[in-house]
Design a protein around this ligand. Structure first.
Ligand SMILES: *[C@@H]1O[C@H](CO)[C@@H](O)[C@H](O)[C@H]1NC(C)=O
Ligand SMILES: *[C@@H]1O[C@H](CO)[C@@H](O)[C@H](O)[C@H]1NC(C)=O
Length: 295
């Protein structure tokens, strides 16, 4: 009898490990309300198809934004976004993770708009322990205002990866061994916002927002969240006992060969700016950048 219970127990436990480990990283379409709430200027968010899509609206009175209900310690987060079309100079759309602590951690996507027909810039940044200054800027290989594309972040104990569709455009490895802080113990909420940043965004602030073109609209769908919700202290403990979830598994601890080749392709063809190679700003190479042989 005891033997049988043991076997059943093992079987169930073995099964749940398998389920956790094999969870798909393919984003699941869920309505906005399941994972998010508006965070400001709620009248500037429009809901379409019962919240399967939302529009963020910027006019001369206000932009707007939303945030996740939960606060996560590790996971995979994505949304599909169609950026503001036409003349979007001065307008910035952001999708980021941020902790609500004083020495905060933050992982940013920022899409800087442009005059009609001129290319968007995707700027990314990583803050650890309150310190950022790790900007990278790329052009995209498509016009992000024409169609929806998937933007996602993978965050585990080993690496943070920024993806555009299936292409990794940036990797920030855990370089604790090199003395670089890594986000590991502060949960983060997911945020997105649309606002006027014409003091810096387009050609360094030279191109101003043309308010005769307002309202500016960014469209969102597929509010996929697959993270360890650490909103309560007890759950934070659970999220810290790493190794059990699919995003902790071997396949997600480093990029594979094809992914590295794609990252290289982005670096070679689309990079505009990389703090790692900015010797006037950083006379000695920032430690985390020495991991990369090819930049
Ligand atoms: C996380 O760890 C850092 C460095 O060890 C510490 O300064 C910070 O207070 C910790 N934060 C939390 C929420 O425990
Ligand atoms: C906007 O277009 C100009 C001219 O093509 C380009 O130099 C700039 O990098 C583009 N993007 C932004 C956000 O300034």
């Amino acid at each position: 009898m005891r033997m049988r219970e043991l076997l059943v127990g093992l079987l169930i436990c073995g099964l749940c490990e398998v389920i956790l480990a094999a969870a798909p990283r393919k984003p699941v379409d869920v309505p906005f309300q399941k994972n998010y709430v508006p965070s400001w200027a709620t009248d500037h968010i429009k809901y379409i198809n019962g919240g399967s899509q939302v529009h963020l609206v910027l006019d001369k009175y206000s932009g707007t934004g939303f945030q996740s209900r939960g606060s996560y310690l590790f996971g995979h987060f994505s949304m599909r976004i169609k950026m503001v079309g036409g003349d979007s100079a001065g307008v910035v759309t952001a999708f980021y993770l941020s902790s609500q602590t004083t020495e905060h951690d933050e992982i940013d996507f920022e899409f800087l708009g442009n005059r009609t027909g001129q290319p968007y810039i995707l700027q990314t940044n990583v803050f650890t322990g309150g310190k950022g200054d790790r900007e990278q800027r790329i052009y995209l290989w498509f016009d992000p205002s024409k169609h929806y594309h998937t933007y996602s972040l993978l965050w585990n104990m080993y690496q943070i990866v920024f993806f555009v569709d299936d292409v990794p455009i940036r990797i920030f490895k855990n370089s604790k061994d090199l003395g670089v802080k890594y986000p590991f113990n502060q949960s983060m909420k997911i945020y997105s916002s649309l606002w006027n940043a014409d003091d810096w965004a387009t050609r360094g602030g030279l191109d101003k927002t043309d308010w005769t073109k307002a309202p500016f609209v960014a469209s969102y769908s597929s509010f996929h969240v697959d993270g360890c919700d650490a909103s309560s202290p007890q759950s934070a403990q659970v999220c810290n006992t790493r190794g059990k979830m699919w995003w902790d598994q071997k396949a997600f601890q480093d990029l594979d060969g094809p992914q590295y080749r794609r990252l290289q392709w982005v670096r070679k063809k689309y990079t505009i700016y990389n703090y790692c190679t900015d010797r006037s700003r950083y006379p000695s190479v920032p430690p985390e950048c020495t991991r990369d042989k090819d930049i």
